[in-house]
Design a protein around this ligand. Structure first.
Ligand code: FDA
Length: 401
């Protein structure tokens, strides 16, 4: 079998690359070992796929080389993908500022990519495993479960390690190493935290309770997080195993074993001033009642139980107010770990970009081999950035094939 381009991985990046190269007149074959294409697209965004973020920029990505993503992101912007989605009449909603989701189902979005692949003449082969890849002169040769394939170029779009049950493998990293590329340390990110015994039980009691927080990671006294505030201000969710919700998923990309989390349960609120004022205005009110007006009731009740006191506001001395300010505004806890690859949305780290072209994603000295999407050491924050990276890297590579 022969093809101009073989794309390994029928996910977001692979399909986008394939249809772009197909429209450019290349004979494209996409191989995937899974029984269906785009499984992660279908499960993303709670089944509605947060397919881009209108504010995407290099600052939304983690990489040992923060400049690597700039070129592709500049050339294929969120508006370009929105134009594609609109052309297919897929309805979408902006659920949070800049975050675009399918209005109905992620199936609609996968339908767009598969239709475009078909129109571009792309051949898709599922349930196909690649046993060996080797250089063959100016091209590449593959041994697969569907036989031998001679290809002008091979694009590795096999994604990261998260959710192995959905077909994730370390295949792309093995190919990278085979051809002499480095792979930076990988770890699960955008992943919920697990807690140890006492805190685990407390979180489990509150499972399902959610509130807005500001959260940072603390390592050796240093605050870690994005921007000048070094924190994410997004909801936190208690779970049976620990803590989840967008705020926790976001900070997991900074967190490493041993780090603490610092959680402000009432962000943007001067707790000491407000408590002192309330002490004047309503001295007989219980602290739990005051808390329950600002936090979910179950959490308010749990807080006074954890700290073994539910005084009236009149009973709060200035030093007790300070203690409550600390407990509410700078709650410190040390997660036991994360839920790991089983539930992580993405992989931090991956194929080192040092020897990869940021223009066409080819390997230095081996232009017939390319790496795109999440398999690379480029990882976005939560909010549609990871798909935008998949589209942008797929298009940049596909245009150059
Ligand atoms: P992707 O993982 O999509 O595709 C890789 C493909 O390669 C798969 O089809 C796989 O079967 C195939 N493959 C792997 N190994 C192979 C092998 N050895 N041989 C052949 N084929 C192989 N992002 C975002 O921007 N917005 C969101 O809403 C979400 N939500 C979300 C939810 C959940 C639960 C997860 C797990 C992830 C997200 N993400 C997300 C992240 C997003 O899904 C992810 O970054 C992209 O799918 C990455 O696209 P790729 O094409 O690089 O890999």
């Amino acid at each position: 079998m022969q093809a101009d381009v073989v794309v390994i991985g029928a996910g977001a990046a692979g399909l986008m690359c394939a249809l772009t190269a197909g429209y450019a007149g290349r004979r494209v074959l996409v191989l995937d070992h899974a029984n269906k294409p785009g499984k992660k697209i279908l499960m993303s965004g709670g089944g509605r796929c947060n397919f881009t973020n209108l504010a995407t920029g290099p600052a939304n990505f983690f990489s040992a080389n923060p400049h690597f993503c700039i070129s592709a992101l500049k050339r294929y912007r969120p508006e370009h993908f929105v134009e594609l989605v609109e052309r297919h009449g897929v309805e979408y909603v902006e659920k949070a500022p800049g975050q675009l989701f399918c209005a109905h189902s992620a199936k609609d979005l996968l339908g767009v990519l598969l239709a475009e692949c078909e129109w571009a003449g792309v051949e898709l082969r599922l349930k196909t495993t690649v046993e060996r890849i080797e250089r063959a002169g100016e091209g590449m040769r593959l041994a697969t479960s569907a036989g031998r394939i001679e290809a002008g170029a091979v694009v590795i779009a096999t994604g990261g390690l998260s959710i192995p049950t959905m077909g994730a493998t370390g295949f792309g990293y093995d190919v990278a190493r085979q051809f002499g590329l480095d792979v930076t340390q990988t770890r699960p990110a955008l992943v919920p935290f697990t807690l140890t015994s006492q805190w685990k039980a407390r979180a489990a009691d509150l499972a399902g309770v959610s509130c807005d927080v500001a959260v940072s990671a603390i390592r050796e006294g240093q605050r870690l997080g994005p921007g000048r505030q070094r924190c994410y201000r997004e909801p936190m969710l208690f779970t049976h195993r620990g803590l989840s919700g967008p705020g926790m998923l976001q900070i997991s990309s900074y967190w490493q074993p041993g780090d603490e989390l610092e959680v402000d349960l009432l962000p943007g609120f001067d707790i000491a001033d407000a408590l002192a004022e309330a002490r004047q205005a309503a001295p007989r009110r219980q602290l739990s009642t005051w808390l329950g007006e600002r936090l979910p009731r179950r959490l308010a009740q749990a807080l006074v139980e954890w700290h073994g006191e539910d005084p009236t506001l009149a009973e709060l001395s200035n030093s007790r107010i300070e203690a409550w300010q600390e407990r509410l505004g700078a709650w410190r806890l040390k997660p036991a770990g994360t839920e790991g690859w089983r539930t992580a949305e993405v992989t931090l780290g991956g194929v080192d970009t040092t020897a990869i072209s940021s223009k066409d994603f080819s390997v230095e000295g081996l232009p017939q081999l390319r790496f795109i999407g999440e398999v690379l050491d480029v990882t976005g924050e939560l909010g549609g950035y990871n798909f935008q990276w998949a589209w942008a890297s797929g298009v940049a590579c596909g245009q150059s094939l």
